[in-house]
Design a protein around this ligand. Structure first.
Ligand code: ATP
Ligand code: MG
Length: 415
């Protein structure tokens, strides 16, 4: 089974936008066992799109386009596909009603441009788009499937995730594919895979596992593939439970949960107020924590105390401690936790201090030396990291590790 992907948009060719749609689609189609034979990017004009359609139709069974459906772009994708398939555009009342409702909910009215968007290739089966005005268009011609999707990545995924991918899978294999995700932090993928190998060895043939590492965290994806949906679901649940139990101290959640969300949920559950005192992370902890909607109900804020002066004035780190131990030290990060709690009235705080590099290291404290403390006014736990990434990598690793320490601290002390 071969597919071709055609991404459409001038911005993809002049370098202003990186084509993320085709890599996302390719990964998702690969998971369905579909091979990508060709990939094209075309500007907003009909000729190159027609050429790409021609070559794709010679080599692929499934041809997916993204982009060129918006009201301002003269609908070049629809016109090109219609010409290519000898189809014609027809007014679609359902699309009109959807656009009208969407505009109404945004307090706007229908314009001529919007009305133009309601014309669809006559043979197209439309796939709902919960995020925008252009639905997906599924067309069949001479044994090939043509699927036209909007360019905005969020809209493209809103069509493919709930419906489009399932339609493709069903069409080409009659098989179902189910995923389950286990989110872990603070442990490398080799250690995790060794720990769970005995369980993975017992997987039925329909199940597989993938390790998807990112900064200081690993996402496990368990995939089941087969014809009996109920059996697949039972297997996925059973093995997700077994694996997450085996590595439970590293598991912070399931599905698409992020570590910041997990910490937020714990703060809400135990009615804890959180603060941060950041030196080397420079506000990244605050950014991660406040990226979660509703963070204001548990997050007091951050004191980004980069200089010794601010560590003394805002976090009450004694000057003799700084002189004796240096800013990158266990005693200083512990005091930063206490100082942040005193300054913000929080219950718990996270503090970071380190040498992110590439300059600033010494023999005693080489680049990558990082101290993290988490705790309450009374007790703090600390960790010393010795990292060897670039500056940004060191800072990101520190922030994720610190959040994970706070998660474990709350689970241990408040649960
Ligand atoms: P459509 O929504 O169908 O693309 P359009 O072409 O009229 O209609 P644009 O104004 O081009 O819409 O906006 C599309 C948006 O989606 C732009 O922000 C663009 O950068 C982004 N985009 C388009 N194609 C891709 C792609 N292949 N990968 C990542 N982003 C894309
Ligand atoms: Mg476009």
């Amino acid at each position: 089974m071969n597919a071709a992907i055609i991404t459409i948009g001038d911005e993809l060719l002049n370098g202003q936008t990186i084509d993320t749609n085709s890599s996302w689609l390719a990964q998702e189609l690969n998971l369905l066992g579909i091979n990508i034979a060709l990939k094209f990017s075309c500007g907003d004009s009909q000729e190159p799109v027609r050429d790409a359609l021609q070559l794709s139709s010679e080599r692929a069974d499934l041809i997916i386009t993204t982009g060129g459906l918006g009201p301002t772009k003269d609908d070049i994708t629809k016109k090109s596909i219609c010409d290519f398939l000898s189809d014609e555009l027809r007014f679609d009342q359902g699309t009109y009603d959807n656009i009208l409702a969407l505009l109404k909910s945004r307090g706007r009215g229908m314009t001529e441009l919007h009305k133009n968007q309601c014309y669809m290739p006559g043979s197209a089966k439309l796939i709902a788009n919960s995020q925008g005005t252009a639905p997906g268009m599924w067309m069949e011609h001479e044994g090939k499937i043509y699927l036209a999707l909007p360019g905005v990545p969020r809209e493209m995924k809103a069509i493919m995730k709930p419906l489009g991918l399932g339609m493709i899978a069903n069409r080409f294999s009659g098989e179902y594919i189910i995923h389950s995700f286990i989110q872990t932090a603070g442990c490398g993928e080799t250690i995790i895979s060794e720990a769970i190998q005995p369980i993975v060895d017992r997987f039925p043939a329909s199940l597989s596992i993938a390790y998807l590492p990112s900064i200081a965290s690993v996402k496990l994806r368990i995939t089941a593939k087969g014809k009996d949906f109920d059996i697949l679901q039972t297997w996925v649940k059973k093995f997700t439970d077994e694996i997450s139990f085996e590595i439970k101290e590293h598991v912070y959640g399931f599905g698409e949960l992020t570590l910041s969300e997990a910490v937020g949920q714990l703060c809400l559950r135990y009615k804890i107020k959180l603060a941060t005192a950041e030196s080397c992370t420079g506000g990244l902890l605050a950014q991660l924590i406040t990226s979660i909607s509703g963070a204001s109900s548990y997050y007091q804020g951050s004191i980004v105390a980069y200089s010794n002066e601010l560590k003394m004035n805002l976090l009450r780190v004694p000057d003799d401690l700084l002189a004796l131990q240096g800013a990158v030290s266990e005693a200083v990060v512990k005091q930063m936790v206490r100082g942040a709690i005193a300054a913000t009235n929080a219950d718990v705080a996270i503090a970071t201090s380190g040498i992110a590099g590439p300059t600033g290291g010494s023999i005693d404290k080489p680049v990558g030396t990082i101290w993290i403390a988490v705790g309450t006014r009374e007790t703090q736990e600390t960790v010393k990291l010795q990292l060897n990434k670039d500056r940004i990598g060191n800072v990101q690793y520190t922030a994720v590790t610190a959040l994970n320490m706070m998660r474990k601290f709350i689970e241990k002390n408040f649960a």
